[in-house]
Ligand binder design. Structure first.
Ligand code: RIB
Length: 301
């Protein structure tokens, strides 16, 4: 069982289903409303735990019911929550999500709250746990200086780092040098490379450009088109995904990344790790919500 440290966000998702995603200035009538455990960091931590990994989640919540309930959920998934810090003066993070009925596509706005208060001192408090991990997995819903410091600390101890570049933002070459495996989606790959990864050739070009900046591998998730990966050890290829009817695509990328971290921590090859992660992400889009949609490993076979 690999040891994984996930450093990232914890949100409570306020989800409304609607016949379409409204355009700016438009009011539309939606249907179901649900409050669901989410946050890219938390979703990835839960996915890694349901994949069979030993997970420590490093995050910050407010001293409120959203934070308390979120921690209860992680504990139920046997995640070590000793380093989910509390900020008494800031509310827990929330996300407003609209899910389009019929396609399962979504639109998300995050109010980061306590996620924005996670700081370098918090990460220093987890140094020992990071030093003993097989994989550190991070995303971008926490302050960038914390992302950079965490990556630096992990690299100092020779721990494999995976950066999921969501939500999309430009990143410096200095930060990317601390990353072993980078996992952008198409939009993030576009922002990071300036290339438009629509055709297979452009996807390959974007991956090659990013591979020059990171240490080991680039894995671009392409939604229903599957995944393209390329590694410095010479492996590469498109890994297709099974076509399913998507009910809600929220957290599909998180499920992919959590499963990927668990598989890499277990020493699996890129191809095996990506195939497993693809399967898990595919199952998740057939279910509603973020954390409730994440399968356990047994459901993949
Ligand atoms: O990736 C999906 C997640 O993004 C949601 O759970 C929401 O909280 C935002 O962080």
């Amino acid at each position: 069982m690999g040891k994984i440290v996930v450093i990232g966000s914890c949100n409570t998702d306020m989800v409304v289903t609607a016949p379409k995603i409204p355009v700016p200035g438009e009011t539309i009538l939606g249907n179901e409303f649900s409050i669901i455990a989410g946050g890219k960091g938390a979703n990835q931590a839960v996915a890694a735990a349901r994949a069979g990994g030993m997970v420590t989640f490093v995050a910050k919540v407010g001293d409120d019911n959203f934070g308390i309930d979120a921690i209860k959920g992680y504990k139920a998934d046997k995640i070590d929550t000793s380093y989910v810090f509390k900020d008494p003066d800031t509310p827990s993070g929330i996300a407003i999500i609209i899910v389009e009925e019929g396609t399962g596509q979504n639109s998300i706005v995050v109010a980061g709250g306590a996620n924005k208060k996670l700081n370098i001192d918090d990460i220093k408090a987890v140094e020992k746990i990071i030093s003993e991990a097989d994989v550190v997995l991070i995303q971008l819903e926490i302050p960038l200086d914390v992302v950079e410091f965490s990556l630096k600390l992990a690299k100092q101890y020779g721990v494999k780092t995976i950066l999921n570049t969501a939500p999309a933002q430009p990143l410096s070459d200095e930060l990317l040098r601390l990353v072993d495996i980078i996992t952008p989606n198409e939009t993030e790959a576009r922002i990071l490379t300036g290339l438009d990864p629509v055709s297979d050739e452009e996807v390959k070009r974007a991956a090659a450009k990013l591979l020059e900046k990171v240490n080991e591998a680039v894995i671009i998730t392409l939604g229903s088109r599957g995944v393209y990966f390329v590694s410095k050890s010479g492996e590469n290829g498109f890994v297709p995904t099974t076509n399913v009817v998507a009910v809600d695509t929220t957290a599909a990328g998180d499920v992919f990344n959590g499963y990927l971290a668990a598989a890499m921590a277990d020493g699996k090859s890129y191809l095996d790790a990506i195939s497993i992660s693809n399967k898990a992400a595919t199952i998740s889009v057939t279910r509603k919500g973020a954390q409730p949609s994440i399968p356990i490993m047994n459901e993949l076979s």
